[in-house]
Design a protein around this ligand. Structure first.
Ligand SMILES: Cc1ncc(COP(=O)(O)O)c(C=O)c1O
Length: 411
C-alpha cells in the first residue's frame, strides 16, 4: 500500500507529528502501558495548515499594530463570511454576522441571551461531547433524543421525529449540529424544513452549529438551516467558523449569524461584549482561508476522501464485526464495536475507573474519543479522527483489530 501524501499537507509520519507539538500529539505520554501512543481523539487535522493562512498571519504579526481589533478587519471578516454563506444559499447583510471567539462560547451566550432560564435544551445524540458536558448554572434540563442508526432498511442516520417532538414540546433550545459530529450526517432540506416547522410550533430556538460545513464529501451538499424557509430563518441562530474546515481552531474567531428581526438588537444589548473576546489572528486566518485557501482545501478534501475510503477497507480487513458507515461529512469516523468478537471480554475487563476509550489506549496505545461521552447511545463506540496520514490510519485500525477482533489481546 502506498502511503504517499501531497507535500502541501506536510510530513504525516508519527515522528514528525509528535515533534510538531500539537495538542493532539503532545497531550498524552509517548507510551501507555508499553504501547506507543497514536492519538485520534480531538477534532483537528494533522495536515500542515494552508500556506496562505500562515503567510497572512506572519504578515499581520510583523506589520499590524497588535492593538484591539480594527473595525476594517472586522468588516472584512463579516464580508467574506457573508459572501461564503451567500454561495451556500443564505443571503444576509454583513452586519448580521457577529464575531465571537468560538462556537462553544457562542452556544453558551445564545442559550442565556435568547432562551428563558430553566427552559430545556434538546440534543440529538450521539452529540459532540462538549454539548453533553456543558452545564448551565440555572439547571436547564437537557433532553437527549437518540438518532436512529442506519440499518438493513435505511442507509442513513434518521431523526426519531416522535421523540424529537416530545422533547421540543416545552420550548427552549434545539442544538442542531449540521453536519453532525460524531456521525457525519448531512441533513437534507426536507429534514431541515420539518425541524423548522416543529420549532415554530413549540416556540423553540435552534442553535444551528455549522462548524463542519466545509467538510462535505461528494454526493452531499450543505444546506444552511436558516436558508430553507422563512420559518427556519425566524427560529435559527447560526454559528459558524472556518476552524474545522481549515484546522485553525487556535486562531480564535467564529461568528453568529442572525436571521430573525430583533435578534441583532438583543445581541447588541446583551452580547456585544463577547465580540471583544475574539483575536485578530482569527479574523486574519478566516479571511485568508475563505479568500485564498481553495487550493489547500481541495488537496485536504482529496486526502480526506481517500482516507474515508481506506477506512472502509481497513475496518473490513482488520476489524471484523465492527460497524462503520462512512460519514457524509467531517473527518470523524463513528465505529460501533459492540458486535466485534472480543467486545464483551474487553468490556468485562474494563476497570471501573476506565472508559472504553481508556481501556483501548491501555491495550494498544490508540487514543480515541469514547462514544459514551456523546450520550448513552454512544456506548460501545469509538470516534476516530481520520484527518491524518494513511500510514497512521492503518496503524490505528490494525491496533483496534488486535484488541476487538483478533485473539489473544492482553491488556
Ligand atoms: C460540532 C462542534 N461544535 C463546536 C465545536 C467547538 O468549536 P470551538 O472550538 O469553536 O468552540 C466542535 C469542535 O470539535 C464541534 O465539533
Amino acid at each position: 500500500m502506498s502511503f504517499d501524501t501531497p507535500a502541501i499537507l506536510g510530513d504525516l509520519s508519527p515522528a514528525a507529528l509528535r515533534a510538531s507539538g500539537s495538542m493532539k500529539w503532545s497531550m498524552y505520554p509517548e507510551h501507555i502501558n508499553g504501547h506507543e501512543t497514536i492519538p485520534c481523539f480531538v477534532a483537528e487535522m494533522d495536515f500542515a495548515p494552508a500556506g496562505n493562512i500562515r503567510r497572512a498571519l506572519k504578515h499581520w504579526a510583523e506589520h499590524a499594530p497588535l492593538g484591539y481589533r480594527p473595525p476594517g478587519l472586522v468588516q472584512n471578516f463579516q464580508q467574506v463570511i457573508a459572501e461564503h454563506y451567500r454561495d451556500l444559499g443564505l443571503t444576509v447583510d454583513h452586519d448580521a454576522i457577529r464575531p465571537i471567539s468560538d462556537v462553544m462560547t457562542a452556544y453558551d451566550a445564545v442559550a442565556r441571551i435568547f432562551t428563558a432560564p430553566g427552559t430545556p435544551i434538546t440534543l440529538l445524540t450521539p452529540a459532540y461531547m462538549n454539548f453533553i458536558q456543558h452545564i448551565f448554572e440555572d439547571q436547564r434540563p437537557v433532553r437527549n433524543v437518540s438518532m436512529l442508526a442506519p440499518d438493513a432498511l435505511h442507509q442513513q442516520w434518521r431523526i426519531d421525529w416522535e421523540r424529537l417532538e416530545q422533547a421540543l414540546a416545552d420550548g427552549g433550545l434545539l442544538v442542531l449540529v449540521n453536519p453532525h459530529n460524531p456521525i457525519g450526517k448531512v441533513y437534507n432540506r426536507t429534514e431541515l424544513e420539518q425541524i423548522a416547522e416543529l420549532a415554530r410550533q413549540y416556540n423553540v430556538r435552534v442553535f444551528a452549529d455549522e462548524i463542519h460545513e466545509p467538510l462535505v464529501f461528494d454526493g452531499h451538499s450543505h444546506v444552511p438551516f436558516a436558508s430553507v424557509s422563512a420559518t427556519a430563518a425566524e427560529c435559527a441562530i447560526t454559528a459558524w467558523s472556518c476552524t474545522k474546515g481549515f484546522s485553525v481552531p487556535g486562531a480564535k474567531a467564529a461568528c453568529l449569524i442572525f436571521t430573525r428581526d430583533g435578534d441583532q438588537r438583543r445581541w447588541q444589548e446583551f452580547g456585544q461584549h463577547f465580540e471583544m473576546g475574539t483575536a485578530s489572528s482569527g479574523y486574519v486566518a478566516t479571511i485568508s482561508a475563505l479568500k485564498d485557501g481553495s487550493e489547500w482545501f481541495r488537496v485536504a478534501m482529496d486526502q480526506l476522501e481517500q482516507n474515508r475510503k481506506q477506512l472502509t477497507q481497513l475496518v473490513d480487513t482488520y476489524l471484523p464485526g465492527a460497524v462503520y458507515t462512512p460519514p457524509e461529512a467531517t473527518y470523524l469516523a463513528w465505529i460501533d464495536l459492540r458486535s466485534t468478537p472480543n467486545y464483551e471480554a474487553v468490556v468485562a475487563d474494563v476497570p471501573q475507573r476506565y472508559s472504553l476509550a481508556e481501556a483501548t489506549a491501555q491495550r494498544c496505545g490508540v487514543i480515541a474519543t469514547d462514544g459514551a461521552a456523546t450520550g448513552d447511545v454512544g456506548e460501545g463506540h469509538l470516534r476516530i479522527n481520520f484527518a491524518t496520514g494513511p500510514e497512521i490510519l492503518d496503524m490505528i485500525i490494525d491496533r483496534l483489530g488486535s484488541v476487538f477482533s483478533r485473539q489473544n489481546s492482553g491488556p
